[in-house]
Design a protein around this ligand. Structure first.
Ligand SMILES: NC(=O)c1ccc[n+]([C@@H]2O[C@H](COP(=O)([O-])OP(=O)(O)OC[C@H]3O[C@@H](n4cnc5c(N)ncnc54)[C@H](O)[C@@H]3O)[C@@H](O)[C@H]2O)c1
Ligand SMILES: N[C@H](CO)Cc1c[nH]c[nH+]1
Ligand SMILES: [Zn+2]
Length: 433
């Protein structure tokens, strides 16, 4: 019985079959697009009233007053103070490592003086108000709180508004603690497209923000896509993905668990293994069958592997890198003896894990780099969430009298060529002043 899809790169239909498995069902996408646009317009028109209705409906709650959707800071502090010592120490260690890594990403302002004594430069400033979406439907993600909030605060964001659904009324105490530890400013238990709408348009309760960051399910991703332009967004981070290139020498259980680790996020998550050794792939498939029944989230894993999981037999490891470049995965593990040799062939990947000890799970929690990464082939053109997503650039120009003479002549002439008289005169007035 099939438990995961299998392909061989030698097969003449390989490219077609692969493309089918990479695509998420478009009919389902259309339904989500329509549902999300209705939610957005309802929140825009009816504000808190609609927010409460959608929250009760989708998060299976029965809340009477919208004010109850805000959790006061005192509660997060309480959650943090009540952590077991080990929990607290792990959270603190992870936070410190994430901070250290992200501090290296800070962009600084710069300027220079040209030959006419004009000063030209670029000023970097933090965003003022940012909304952080932290997923909470199928699992709680304290790690995602830190991965979003720490770079924002390193950048100097003034007001960080976090939203996360409390499905069935439960908000995880580690999520609250992580919000406290990461200096989030306000926290609301709302989720899905309605949370993205509230942060975009603002309601009486929820402040409108300048940019929304953070991953989420297909509703969240689609909502972010639809509000982009009204607010900034970081990226459309959809269901998680892992692609592993393996030479067949890593212990079988390690690779199986790495595949499970992303599959357990979501039925739509995608786990792919590329290997030139067919015996190894057969053993992987057998091990999946053996280990799956013991996994607490076995239904989600089974569905993800059955519909979207993939074992690919390749002719060699260089071919594996080429296929990986086409897939442009969110996470790429190069589980081989000489991973650096292969890294030079890699063009697209959100995050690259080198060598058999570098499991993706370490990156998810505490290695340091961000775990919010481009999915669905978007690592071809976008990058991990970072401090730079919370900073913006303004250029500045301070022209000297001498500079006005020299630049004025050029601008005056170019403006006349464009037929823009006001531009030409504005430059001309400043010549020989
Ligand atoms: N890329 C990353 O860094 C990263 C990190 C963590 C999680 N993830 C991904 O984020 C996703 C989290 O998804 P989740 O579902 O657990 O949490 P979520 O918070 O993204 O989604 C839950 C919300 O979805 C909405 N929703 C659910 N069903 C709906 C429906 N039928 N109609 C309208 N709205 C509906 C509800 O409002 C609910 O509050 C997973 O795909 C996981 O792989 C990604
Ligand atoms: N793997 C997810 C990003 O794709 C991040 C995460 C959070 N917790 C566990 N994993
Ligand atoms: Zn993960």
């Amino acid at each position: 019985m099939k438990i995961i899809n299998r392909l061989s790169a030698k097969d003449p239909n390989f490219k077609l079959d692969l493309a089918k498995l990479l695509n998420i069902d478009t009919q389902q996408n259309n339904q989500i697009t329509i549902a999300v646009s209705k939610i957005l317009s309802d929140i825009k028109e009816k504000g808190d009233l609609s927010l409460l209705e959608y929250t009760n409906k989708y998060d299976r709650l029965n809340i009477k007053s919208v004010d109850l959707l805000e959790i006061q800071k005192i509660k997060w502090k309480e959650a943090f103070d009540n952590l077991k010592l080990e929990q607290r120490s792990n959270l603190e260690k992870a936070a410190e490592r994430i901070k250290q890594y992200h501090q290296k990403q800070i962009m600084n302002s710069w300027s220079y003086k040209d030959e006419y004594d004009n000063i030209l430069g670029q000023r970097i400033s933090p965003l003022e108000k940012v909304g952080l979406y932290v997923p909470g439907g199928k699992a709680a993600y304290p790690s995602s709180v830190m991965m979003n909030a720490i770079p924002a605060k390193v950048a100097g964001v003034n007001e960080l508004i976090m939203v996360s659904p409390a499905t069935n009324g439960i908000i995880n105490s580690l999520v609250l603690s992580a919000a406290f530890l990461s200096n989030v400013d306000r926290l609301f238990t709302i989720g899905g497209a309605q949370a993205i709408a509230a942060l975009t348009y603002g309601t009486n309760l929820i402040p409108a923000v300048d940019k929304i960051v953070g991953p989420g399910n297909s509703y969240v991703a689609e909502a972010k896509r639809q509000v982009f332009g009204k607010v900034g967004i970081d990226m459309i981070a959809g269901p998680s993905e892992i692609l592993i290139i393996c030479d067949g020498k890593t212990p079988i259980e390690w690779i199986v668990m790495d595949l499970f680790s992303q599959a357990e996020h979501d039925e739509l998550a995608q786990s792919i293994l590329l290997c030139p050794d067919i015996q190894y792939l057969n053993k992987i498939e057998a091990k999946i069958k053996e280990l799956l029944p013991n996994m607490p989230r076995k239904e989600i894993i089974a569905s993800s592997l059955y519909n979207r999981g993939l074992l690919i037999l390749v002719e060699n490891l260089e071919q594996a890198c080429n296929i990986s470049n086409f897939i442009a995965p969110e996470h790429l593990e190069i589980s081989t003896e000489f991973p650096n040799e292969l890294m030079k062939f890699i063009k697209h990947a959100g995050s690259i894990f080198l060598g058999k000890f570098s499991s993706e799970s370490l990156g998810d929690y505490c290695a340091g780099p961000n775990h919010v990464l481009p999915t669905s082939r978007t690592s071809r053109f976008s990058s991990p969430l970072g401090v730079y997503d919370f900073q913006k650039r303004s250029s500045f120009i301070n022209v000297s009298p001498n500079g006005a003479n020299e630049l004025g002549k050029i601008a005056n002439s170019l403006a006349q060529e464009e037929g823009l008289q006001a531009h030409a005169l504005s430059a001309h007035y400043r010549i020989n002043y």
